[in-house]
Design a protein. Structure first.
Length: 293
């Protein structure tokens, strides 16, 4: 009886041992297969037909392709090539280009084949010129706003070289110096504080940027009173609109509709087009205060 039990036990041990060996062989086979697949995948990624050899540029200078090629040099962890069509560093390329070109609004980098990509640029649209915190009170040898720009840059201007007017987009983002050929959507000049400015206005944002569209719409509406607005000065929550006729109109930012209604109601009693008024004050709801020159 004990002999049969011992024999059965030994048989069970042999069966368990054979199962363990089968499992071990299966595990080894799986590991080898996985290693083979990984090797094949890495080997495939290094093949020329799936590595980026052509970089196109749409909407900007073709030299931007050099930035992409530089960012695609080398390999991740020394294993996966950075110029792989599957793993190229699109975010890094986008960030490097935007850092050097604040005038670009957005960049997309679609794949155009197994070995090519295209860098597509969306440029910012210049809404108007920003020329400092306030207009100069005396004639200047340089462009308007130079004294305010000096306070931001901390250096003396070079006449004919330094430009102290800048253009900004619909979000109030200051992205480029204004040139003599710069075309903006609005012809008037903006003077306003900046947010995020350090050594220079570039990459800063106009204060109260979310309110700019309404303020600009109001400024364009004012042209129906006989004289277009030439400049806008934002001072905290108050706005001064200067007409080409020389008249100044003051109102509270964000209350453009109320200001327009009040101005329209008093239209018969004022003449903005002939420059006879020094200012029109609309800061007090329902009231229009005038001062003649």
């Amino acid at each position: 009886m004990w002999g049969r039990a011992s024999s059965a036990l030994q048989g069970s041990d042999r069966l368990a041992s054979r199962r363990r060996k089968r499992r071990l062989r299966l595990v080894i086979a799986c590991v080898l297969l996985l290693a083979l697949l990984l090797w094949a995948a890495v080997y495939g990624l290094w093949q020329p037909f799936v590595r980026i050899s052509s970089v196109g540029v749409v909407g900007a200078d073709a030299s931007l392709a050099d930035v992409a090629k530089e960012d695609m040099q080398g390999a991740y962890f020394g294993i996966i090539p950075r110029d792989s069509i599957l793993f190229f560093p699109a975010s890094r390329i986008r960030a490097d280009i935007l850092a050097a070109h604040p005038d670009f609004a957005a960049i997309s980098i679609p794949r155009t084949g197994l070995s090519s990509i295209t860098i597509k640029i969306d440029n910012r649209v210049p809404i108007a010129e920003w020329c400092g915190l306030s207009p100069l009170e005396t004639p200047a040898q340089a462009r308007p706003g130079i004294s305010d720009a000096l306070s931001l840059t901390g250096r003396a201007p070079t006449p004919g070289v330094d430009a102290y007017c800048y253009v900004f987009d619909a979000n109030g983002f200051v992205f480029a110096a204004a040139g003599t050929t710069t075309q903006t959507i609005n012809t008037f000049t903006l003077y306003a504080p900046l947010e995020g400015a350090t050594e220079e206005p570039l990459r800063a944002t106009i204060a109260h940027a979310s309110l700019l569209p309404t303020a600009f719409d109001f400024a364009r509406q004012l042209a129906t009173f006989g004289s277009p607005v030439s400049s806008i000065v934002m001072r905290g929550d108050e706005v001064d609109d200067y007409f080409e006729s020389g008249t100044r109109l003051t109102y509270v930012l964000g209350h453009e509709q109320e200001a327009y209604t009040a101005l329209t109601s008093a239209r018969a009693n004022l003449n903005i087009s002939d420059g006879s008024l020094e200012y029109v004050d609309l800061r007090f709801a329902g009231n229009v205060y005038l001062k003649k020159k």
